[in-house]
Design a protein around this ligand. Structure first.
Ligand code: OAD
Length: 249
């Protein structure tokens, strides 16, 4: 296993240029350098401060929809101030030039803001609202001025909730299937800025490895994936892309 030596960024560039099919899996660490909190890697991260079952589960919403809505509203405001960092921008540029399939666990939309056209948003998007009733299929783009709970304009019976996946919920089948297929079919899998702790997202690297792909992790900290990776780059992903992109231009 290689670590963060001077040679590793040129090696990453070479690997990207020679790969036939690349899958990139991003997590909250990719947006950390844009000023958005992560979930579980520091004292400031969300799940160090707040109970995930209270704020990110259907039971939590049923118990107190107002509390959950306001927490997401606060996160939306934090995200609205954030701008894509060199990792988001670099990935968007690479997607235009290389056969790169982008899977993200992030719900912040920063990959799209950086110019990525195709993003498999495994955990949904925080700027979508959807009816909490399973028998109603209403979805809408969140409006900035909608700070209070909204009753569904279609069924008029239930509240709208953020269009993100909560604990205990299934991921959208078409996104799960697309991510699964791409991972089984790639020859290079890059995991960046994720603690590789939440399934099914954390399982895609193993599928890629079983199919013979090289696995590269970019993360300043060790994760359960690290020991299975062929290379590990122990550095913040934004700084890695600042050094990587000039080598690819
Ligand atoms: P985590 O908060 O679990 O992990 C963030 C990872 O990013 C950690 O491993 C950090 O070491 C790493 N990291 C921090 N800063 C970084 C940087 N500048 N460059 C690279 N890596 C950095 O976030 P996720 O793995 O994305 O789910 O969490 C997975 C899911 O758990 C989230 O999508 C969310 C959460 O509960 C839902 O909301 C459904």
């Amino acid at each position: 296993m290689l670590n963060s030596s001077e040679k590793i960024i040129p090696q990453l560039a070479a690997q990207l240029l020679s790969a036939q099919r690349i899958v990139v899996m991003t997590g909250a660490g990719v947006s950390a350098e844009s000023g958005i909190s992560t979930f579980r890697d520091s004292e400031d991260s969300y799940w160090s401060q707040f109970d995930p079952m209270t704020l990110a589960s259907l039971d939590g919403f049923s118990d107190n929809p107002q509390r959950v809505w306001h927490w997401y509203q606060w996160r939306r405001q934090q995200i609205a101030l954030a701008r894509p960092n060199p990792a988001h921008v670099g990935l968007a540029q690479l997607q235009r030039r290389l056969p790169l399939y982008l899977i993200t666990q992030n719900v912040d939309g920063l990959h799209q803001q950086a110019g990525s056209q195709q993003v498999c948003e495994l955990h949904g998007n925080i700027f979508i609202n959807q009816c909490v009733s399973v028998s109603c299929n209403y979805r809408e783009q969140h409006q900035d001025n909608a700070s209070d709970l909204i009753t569904c304009p279609q069924c008029q019976q239930a509240y709208l909730r953020p269009g993100v996946v909560w604990f205990g919920e299934c991921l959208a089948a078409e996104r799960l299937e697309a991510a699964d297929l791409a991972s089984r079919d790639c020859d290079l899998f890059l995991s960046m800025g994720t603690s590789a702790a939440v399934y099914p997202a954390a399982g895609f690297a193993a599928l890629a490895k079983q199919s013979g792909a090289q696995i590269i992790e970019i993360n300043p900290a060790a994760t359960p994936l690290s020991e299975h990776a062929d290379w590990v780059i122990r550095a913040p992903v934004g700084s890695v892309f600042e050094r990587l992109m000039p080598l690819l231009s």
